[in-house]
Write a protein that binds this ligand. Structure first.
Ligand code: PRX
Length: 576
């Protein structure tokens, strides 16, 4: 364990942080009191109302909520009032289609303003919003839309062909709305700008996100309107958002960070936010930080490492003097990245830990708290975290175990869509077991060690090995495949596939050029059928996969072999 301490000085805290004294607040805090900071309708709530409409009744009415820019430099901006009206129109459009409370409406859109507007509109009428990352292809789309039983998909002409390809498999999908089709836009603009915002029970569903585990298809993680309470509080405590800020979260709403901290938590905190609809590019990113005078920045460690790789000298050409606070999420933030940030930006990135299932930040480094470089910080006020064994017994400080949370935090998932047993399997001994391994030191700081399962994190994005294996097996040359995350200094992990070929193909790949060509073809097959970001960057042909006697692929052994580590207990292994 590395224990270099980054002690906060006045320079790090040019303004008093929202959360001044962590230990003090932990002692006195109650969610009941915190809830009062949000807008309620006699015990009922609507997360979208809190994010946007509530501000329309205050001085923030004409404040810019969304600054939008794309790769070509096109710009748009929306005030809170404009977002409120436009999302009302969207809500009315859906209502006129017959969409009712509890119906699933999915968004398959690039990061354009309509994505944010539609998301809000869906929540306002009490329907459930689902987001689909724009890199998804047929298989990923039909799994998610099929399982959720979505009745409406909102998409863009550039993505429409993918929906059309799978539509015949989706009997419950009644409407496909294409936001850039003129007829749709015209219809939408005629809708009433006033809308009755549905008053929801705090435990009613607001949005759902599919995420991956080790086995099986992606699972639909269900989140409620109450989640906004924690998303808001953490946006203030951890991201330290305040009215003067222009904030940039680089995540995509296809993932939970883009929902919790680009829509619900951050806007509820009333902040002006930038959305950049473009690919990663160091110069462009620095230019955006400069142009929009970004003061708070939330990104992923892979992005930080890519900026590092582009060189610190590049930064000197830009005025980043407005940057006040920086955080990261999604994968381990390596100490080198923090040290580099301090040298380059004069301040560290603050690591935050949470998951799709937790709905909001759970463990974090706070602006006013010293950072033990390499640790994820401490649990947020109102939440107890612990390290437990597999039966849920708390382990003493310094011992490796499961990172676990005491259930009851406001943004905790409510269930897994149509799979209640899967939901129950997350809990043991009264704890929610995260699937991550870690330890807590004597000072109460949490340290990440690794996943307890085979889930892969590549560039901060969560990928289930089973989905990639299934995509590979769908190729005629492939009999079986085993997929692992291989450590990578830039992307955290890359996807590596071990592939068993048909007899005929295995003869052919003895010719090197043929083998290389087939590897490329398999990678692009996964890209085309599953998702652009979830393809194997490395493929190795292998005669046989290690399996248990019951036929389960032992990815752990593939990984150990790949990394030259001892393969551990093989008592359940079939002959290998
Ligand atoms: O393994 C942990 C890793 O990301 C997983 C959750 O992924 P996802 O559901 O996609 O949500 C990511 C964004 C909230 C975790 O189980 N992870 C997340 N944050 C960290 C992390 N690993 C190490 N350090 C972190 N700070």
């Amino acid at each position: 364990m590395k224990s270099d301490l980054y002690r906060k000085t006045k320079k790090d805290l040019p303004v008093p942080p929202n959360l001044g004294d962590y230990e003090e607040l932990r002692k006195s805090f109650s969610w009941k009191t915190a809830e009062k900071e949000l807008a309620w309708f006699e015990g009922k709530i609507n997360a979208a109302y809190n994010a946007v409409d509530r501000h329309v009744e205050t001085w923030r009415k004409n404040k810019v909520a969304l600054y939008w820019e794309d790769e070509e430099g096109r710009k748009q901006q929306y005030t809170f009032e404009e977002l409120a009206r436009r999302s009302n129109q969207f809500g009315n459009y859906l209502k006129d289609l017959g969409v009712a409370r509890g119906d699933r409406v999915f968004l398959f859109l690039p990061r354009i303003p309509e994505l944010y507007i539609a998301f809000l509109g869906i929540l306002k009428i009490g329907a459930i919003a689902g987001t689909l990352f724009s890199a998804f292809q047929e298989q990923a789309l039909s799994d998610r839309l099929g399982n959720s039983g979505a009745s409406v998909v909102v998409t863009h002409s550039s993505l429409l062909p993918r929906i059309e390809k799978v539509r015949h498999k989706l009997p419950e999908l009644h409407h496909v709305l294409v936001v850039d089709h003129e007829a749709f836009a015209k219809e939408l603009s005629k809708k009433d700008e006033e809308l009755h915002i549905v008053h929801m029970d705090p435990g009613d569903y607001a949005f759902m996100l599919y995420t991956s585990g080790t086995t099986g298809k992606p699972k639909g993680v269900m989140h409620t309107h109450r989640a906004v309470v924690q998303e808001y509080e953490t946006a203030r405590w951890v991201l330290d958002l305040r009215d003067e800020d222009t904030y940039w979260c680089t995540a995509d709403p296809g993932w939970v960070t883009g929902i919790a901290y680009e829509i619900l938590g951050s806007w509820t905190a009333g902040v002006s936010a930038l959305v950049y609809a473009g690919r990663f590019d160091p110069k462009r990113w620095y230019k955006l930080l400069e142009d929009y005078k970004i003061s708070v920045w939330y990104t992923a460690p892979t992005a930080v490492r890519m900026l590092m790789a582009a060189g610190g000298a590049l930064v000197r050409g830009y005025d980043l003097s407005h940057l006040r606070h920086m955080c990261s999420v999604g994968e381990p933030l390596n100490p080198e990245a923090i040290v580099w940030a301090v040298r380059t930006f004069g301040r560290p990135f603050h690591d935050t830990w949470w998951q799709t299932e937790t709905g909001a930040i759970c463990i974090a480094n706070y602006p006013a708290m010293d950072i033990k470089i390499g640790s994820m910080g401490k649990p947020i006020p109102g939440l107890d975290a612990a390290i437990v064994d597999d039966s849920g017994h708390v382990l003493p400080p310094g011992t490796e175990g499961n990172i676990a949370l005491k259930p009851g935090w406001p943004s905790m998932m409510k269930t897994i869509w149509k799979r209640p047993h899967k939901y129950e399997s997350y809990f043991s001994g009264g704890y929610y077991i995260s699937g991550d391994r870690g330890l807590m030191d004597r000072d109460g700081y949490f340290w990440f060690i690794g996943r307890a399962d085979d889930v892969i994190k590549t560039s901060g994005e969560r990928v289930g090995p089973f989905e990639v294996e299934s995509a590979l097996v769908a190729h005629p040359a492939v009999i079986e495949a085993g997929v692992i995350g291989k450590p990578d200094s830039l992307r955290g992990e890359i996807i590596k596939a071990f592939v068993v070929l048909t007899k005929e193909e295995s003869d052919k790949v003895k010719v090197k050029a043929y083998a290389e060509k087939l590897k490329e073809e398999l990678a692009s097959h996964v890209k085309k059928h599953l998702a652009g970001h979830a393809y194997p960057r490395e493929i190795e042909f292998i005669d046989k996969l290690p399996k248990t006697r019951s036929g389960k692929i032992m990815r752990r052994i593939l990984k150990a072999r790949e990394m030259g580590l001892p393969i551990g207990d093989t008592s359940t292994l079939e002959e290998y």
